[in-house]
Design a protein around this ligand. Structure first.
Ligand code: RFL
Ligand code: PHB
Length: 390
C-alpha cells in the first residue's frame, strides 16, 4: 500500500500523531507489533502536563480525560517524618497537571482511530524501514505468513525504547547518551482509596516511595527496589508493609491495603539518542529518549515531540514549508534535554543510592531544605513539573 506517513509503533506517540494528521487530511498508517489488549495492559504514566492535555483536545480525544481526569494543583514531598507541599499552581501562574492514566489515553486514542476509520495494523511483525535517505522510503512487515510493503514519504519511529527504528540508523550517525540507575521501581495497582488526595513523593533512608492514583478508587504505588529483585520477592503483604515504613506515620496509618491487580518492576534509566532525524525518518517519544519516571516526564516529552512533528508535517503538506522538518531534531532535543536534567535532579534528590557516600546524603538534605525555603527553587520545580513551553 501507499501512504504519506508510515508510523512504526502504536503506543501513545504513534497513535496521537496518527490521529492529529488524519484530522488534517494527511493519510497515514500505524504498524504495531503487539495486540491492542497487550498495549492496553501496560500500566505506565499517570501525570499529564497541560500541553499534553491540550494536544489530546486538539486530537478530539480530550473529552473523557476532561471528565474523568483529576486536576492536581500540587503534590507532597515527605522526608524525615514530615510532609512539605509543593504548590504547583501558586508557583507556575495557576498551572496544574491532570492525573489520568496512560492506559486511558491510549484507549481514547484507539477509540478515536476506530471511529474515524484510521489504519492501525496490530501484530505487525518483523517491521523494517528501508531507503530512509531517499525520497521514497518504505516499510515492510509480516502478519502470519503474509508479507506487506508500505510505501510512504516519511517514516515515524514511535516504537519505544526497544523498537527497530532507532536501530536502523547507522552507528556512525547516531550518538547515544545513557545513564543507568542502580535500582528500579516496583509498582502496584490496587482497587483501594488513595492514601492522599495529592501525590506523595517520599524520600526515606530505606528507599524512595511514591503514592499516586488513577482515580478515587484506584491507587498506584511505587517503592524503590534493588535491580536484583523480582515481583516474586514482593508478595502483597510485604509490599504494603515496606511502603508504610517509608511514609510519615500519620500517612501510613491511613493506608488502605488490598490485593494488587498489577505488579511490575521497571529499571530506571536516562537515555537520549541524537539526532532524532535520519533522512526521512523521524524518531519520537521513547524511541529516542527515556527518563526515570520520578519527574513524570516520559509521556509528556513524547507529547512535545509529537507537537513539533505534527506542526512540521502540516507545514510541509499544507504550505510547502519544510522549516519545521529541518529543525525538528534540534528543537525536540532542546526540550528533551531539559526533561532529562529535571528527571535526573529529582531522581538524585529523592532516592537512596546504594553506593552513596555520606557527603552525597548531606547534599540531598540541604537541597530539600533549600527547595522548601526558597520561592525561586519551588518556582523552578513547578515550571518543570507542569511542563516547559513547547
Ligand atoms: P511506547 O509506549 O513504548 O510505545 C511504543 C509502541 O511501539 C511498539 N513497538 C513496535 N511496533 C512495531 N514494530 C516494532 N519493532 C516495535 N517495537 C515496539 C510497542 O509494542 C509499543 O506499543 O512509547 P511511546 O509511544 O513513545 O510512549 C512513551 C511512554 O510510554 C513513556 O514515556 C511513559 O510511559 C513514561 N512514564 C511516565 N511518563 C509520564 O509522562 N508521566 C508519568 O507519570 C510516567 N510514569 C512512565 C511512568 C513509565 C514507566 N515505566 C514502566 C517505564 C511510570 C512507569 C513505571
Ligand atoms: C504514576 O501515577 O504512575 C506516576 C505518577 C508520577 C510519577 C511517576 C508515575 O512521577
Amino acid at each position: 500500500m501507499r501512504t504519506k506517513v508510515g508510523i512504526i509503533g502504536g503506543g501513545p506517540s504513534g497513535l496521537l500523531l496518527s490521529q492529529l494528521l488524519h484530522l488534517k487530511g494527511i493519510d497515514n498508517i500505524v504498524l504495531e507489533k503487539h495486540s491492542r489488549e497487550y498495549v492496553l495492559g501496560r500500566i505506565r504514566a499517570g501525570v499529564l502536563e497541560h500541553g499534553f492535555a491540550e494536544l489530546m483536545r486538539e486530537a478530539q480525544c480530550g473529552e473523557r480525560m476532561d471528565r474523568e481526569g483529576e486536576i492536581h494543583e500540587g503534590f507532597f514531598v515527605s522526608h524525615d517524618g514530615i510532609k512539605d507541599r509543593m504548590d504547583l499552581s501558586k508557583y507556575s501562574d495557576g498551572n496544574s497537571v491532570i492525573v489520568y492514566g496512560q492506559t486511558e489515553i491510549t484507549k481514547d486514542l484507539y477509540d478515536a482511530r476506530d471511529k474515524m476509520g484510521g489504519k492501525v495494523v496490530h501484530g505487525a511483525l518483523d517491521v523494517k524501514p528501508y531507503d530512509l535517505t531517499s525520497d521514497a522510503p518504505y516499510i515492510t512487515y509480516r502478519q502470519g505468513d503474509d508479507l506487506y510493503r508500505v510505501d510512504c514519504q516519511y517514516v515515524i519511529g514511535a516504537d519505544g525504547f526497544h523498537g527497530v527504528s532507532r536501530k536502523s540508523i547507522p552507528k556512525d550517525v547516531l550518538k547515544e547518551y545513557e545513564k543507568v540507575y542502580p535500582f528500579g521501581w516496583l509498582g502496584v495497582l490496587s482497587k483501594t482509596k488513595p492514601v492522599s488526595p495529592e501525590l506523595i513523593y517520599a524520600k526515606h533512608d530505606r528507599g524512595f516511595a511514591l503514592c499516586s492514583m488513577r482515580s478515587q478508587i484506584l491507587s498506584r504505588y511505587y517503592i524503590q527496589v534493588p535491580l536484583t529483585d523480582t515481583t516474586d520477592d514482593w508478595p502483597d503483604e510485604e509490599f504494603w508493609a515496606e511502603l508504610k515504613r517509608r511514609l510519615p506515620e500519620d500517612v501510613g496509618a491511613n493506608l488502605e491495603t488490598g490485593p494488587s491487580i498489577e505488579k511490575s518492576i521497571a529499571p530506571l534509566r536516562s537515555f537520549v539518542a541524537e539526532p532524532m532525524r535520519y533522512g526521512n525518518m523521524f524518531l519520537a517519544g521513547d524511541a529516542a529518549h527515556i527518563v526515570p519516571p520520578t519527574g513524570a516526564r516520559g509521556l509528556n516529552s513524547a507529547g512535545s515531540d509529537i507537537y513539533y512533528l505534527y506542526h512540521a508535517l502540516v507545514d510541509h503538506y499544507e504550505n510547502g514549508d519544510d522549516t519545521g522538518l529541518e529543525t525538528y531534531s534540534e528543537k525536540a532535543l532542546a526540550r528533551v534535554w531539559k526533561a532529562q536534567r529535571f528527571s535526573w535532579w529529582l531522581t538524585s534528590l529523592l532516592h537512596s543510592f546504594p553506593e552513596g557516600i555520606e557527603y552525597d546524603r548531606r547534599l540531598q538534605d540541604i537541597d530539600l531544605e533549600y527547595l522548601f525555603t526558597s520561592d525561586s527553587a519551588q518556582a523552578s520545580l513547578a515550571e518543570n513539573y507542569v511542563g516547559l513551553p513547547y
